[in-house]
Design a protein around this ligand. Structure first.
Ligand code: ATR
Length: 262
């Protein structure tokens, strides 16, 4: 019988995870079935326990349940502990295990573009959960300096205070979006501005060589401004595929090649 997987969220209809995992399975010869699972906002815990008690092999977790998934796990990977959010669940030795593959997905997507992370100086705009989830994998990939720019400066400062022990080899600093200036290798938009259709105005004093938008399939004023400056720019589809590949690797022990699915 093929292994059963699912992505759980609310809403869930928009999720592209089933098509990605079925494409990876077809390419690698793994037998699996991957479904969408809508959980009521107050029913996440019951839904995952029901899934695993029926023999489910693994689950991806999406909005708004990643923090709840983190709280449910008996065993967590280092990167999930630092992210304080889990997007990949499986049962092992009767215990619920959790990992967070979003950051590795971003790292692999950036590498697939041919952009360099080793010794890079990065700007990340935004200081929410999306930023928290990617700092540690980016530093593991060799990033030396990260400036976190946020509309609310105190939130960026708090995030750095939380994370700096986890990444002692990197230099982290916070700046308010209004005072943002300097020259960066890669600028990453980790705000939810594109998702909500809001504009994000980049200061003229800011310069960057490459631009990555974590959102995908939405108009992005961040990407528009990068393109207007003639800077190579990418939306976040590669990150989505990258995090799915990393989940697939954890569950099935085989790693599909990202570039085959872009
Ligand atoms: P996520 O989990 O996706 O990171 P979040 O925790 O709600 O979501 O964080 C959203 C981030 O996008 C925050 O950094 C937020 O800035 P504030 O901390 O100042 O609220 C940022 N953000 C959202 N809309 C924005 C906009 N229009 N301009 C600038 N920043 C925006």
């Amino acid at each position: 019988m093929s292994k059963q997987f699912a992505v759980i969220g609310n809403p869930i209809e928009q999720s592209r995870s089933p098509e990605l995992h079925h494409a990876f399975a077809a390419k690698t010869g793994v037998q699996l079935n991957y479904a969408k699972r809508l959980a009521p906002l107050d029913g996440f815990s019951a839904s995952i326990h029901d899934f695993f008690s029926q023999g489910g092999a693994g689950m991806n977790v999406t909005v708004p349940f990643k923090e709840q998934a983190f709280a449910e796990c008996a065993v967590l990977t280092e990167r999930a502990k630092i992210a304080k959010a889990v997007n990949t669940l499986w049962m092992q030795d009767g215990q619920l295990h959790g990992d967070n593959t979003d950051g590795q997905g971003l790292v692999e997507a950036i590498k697939a573009l041919g952009w360099t992370l080793e010794n890079a100086e990065l700007l990340i705009i935004g200081a929410g959960g999306a930023t928290r989830g990617v700092i540690y994998p980016l530093v593991q990939a060799g990033v030396k300096k990260i400036v976190i720019a946020n509309r609310t400066l105190a939130r960026a400062e708090q995030l750095i205070a939380d994370l700096k022990q986890a990444v002692p080899q990197a230099e982290l600093s916070a700046v308010s979006l209004d005072n943002l200036a300097g020259n960066f290798d890669i600028a990453i938009n980790a705000t939810s501005a594109s998702l909500s259709g809001d504009a994000l105005l980049l200061p003229q004093a800011l310069q960057f060589k490459q631009a990555y938008e974590m959102a995908y399939g939405k108009p992005s004023s961040f990407l528009d401004q990068a393109k207007a400056r003639g800077v190579p720019a990418s939306e976040g589809f590669g990150m989505l595929v990258g995090q799915a590949i990393e989940s697939f690797r954890i569950w099935n022990g085989v790693k599909p090649n990202l570039k085959d699915f872009l």
